[in-house]
Design a protein around this ligand. Structure first.
Ligand code: ATP
Ligand code: MG
Length: 266
């Protein structure tokens, strides 16, 4: 069953490095263009990225401070970004996050899930139209919690058997459980899709993606787009002050479409 209004999206992948963080950021920018006040929450405690991408120049309270109940309210966390209607909640350095992940019990993660649901509501009541969780990859209790809270999820996949073969069972089990839990919409995109050099390469790529499109459909995931390999992303990441808005403006159409489908306003 479909959710009617999507207020929370979790960007996810089974393997690292597929492009979750940049996808979350591009969708965040696309959302502000639609006039939505948007918040990205970096909940990747293993490989938090937003402190590197956006280089906050003031100290901040992190998502971990919130789920450790060390701040009064989640409203203390959002930090401004280069866009007026886009805020971010950071996660702390990976060293802290990893240590943190290691010793928490499953009861503790149940409490974290409750706190995440409370945060979602409080942030929405205080003016955020859309919350995007940049999730941790894999199947930790942290990743699952952040999938559970969302109205919609977006799995980011590279067309490579390296990442996908091992992921199939995980995907099947996770989404089967999630669909039994509540109404939600689950999607995926292909990302970093390279341009085939000739027809032979095109056929190999198309066959690969079609096979996976069919697999994923069975597990209740719909394809909402395909993003090409854009070297601009990698180039910007070499700079001290990456111009993500500039990259977005050159390739915005694909992200506008993806967002429109996910939030149901196409
Ligand atoms: N469409 C794309 N075209 C080219 N490069 C891309 C694209 N999307 C992501 N990348 C590159 O892939 C790398 C990983 O991207 P990103 O950090 O967004 O992935 P991630 O899934 O969040 O990784 P992690 O699992 O470490 O959190 C970066 O170097 C980024 O520049
Ligand atoms: Mg990331």
């Amino acid at each position: 069953m479909m959710v009617e209004k999507v207020n929370t999206i979790t960007v996810y992948s089974t393997r690292g490095g597929s492009g979750k963080t940049l996808t979350a950021l591009m969708l965040g920018i696309a959302a502000t263009e639609r006039g939505l006040k948007t918040l990205i929450i970096d909940v990747d405690l293993e490989a938090p990225s937003f402190t590197h991408l956006l280089k906050p120049d003031t100290s901040f309270k992190s998502w971990v401070d919130y789920i450790e109940e060390e701040v009064e309210s989640v409203l203390e966390l959002p930090q401004p970004t280069f866009l007026e209607n886009l805020d971010v909640i950071y996660s702390p350095a990976p060293r802290v996050g990893k240590a943190f992940l290691g010793w928490k019990s499953s009861e503790w993660w149940q409490k974290a899930l409750r706190l995440t649901l409370i945060a979602e509501k409080e942030l929405q009541d205080n003016g955020y139209d859309l919350i995007i969780f940049d999730n941790q990859s894999g199947t930790s209790l942290n990743s699952i919690n952040n999938l559970v809270v969302a109205d919609a999820s977006l799995m980011v996949m590279r067309p490579s058997s390296y990442g996908l073969g091992a992921a199939e069972d995980i995907v099947k089990n996770i989404y089967f459980s999630l669909h039994g839990m509540k109404e939600r919409n689950d999607y995926y995109i292909w990302n970093q899709v390279h341009d085939p050099a000739n027809d032979e390469e095109r056929i190999i790529l198309d066959n690969f993606m079609t096979r996976w499109d069919n697999n994923l459909k069975q597990y209740g995931l719909s394809n909402v787009g395909s993003v090409r390999f854009h070297s601009q992303f990698n180039l910007e990441l070499l700079s001290d002050k990456p111009d993500f808005l500039g990259v977005y403006q050159r390739i915005s159409n694909v992200y506008k479409e993806i967002l429109a489908t996910i939030i149901g306003l196409k």
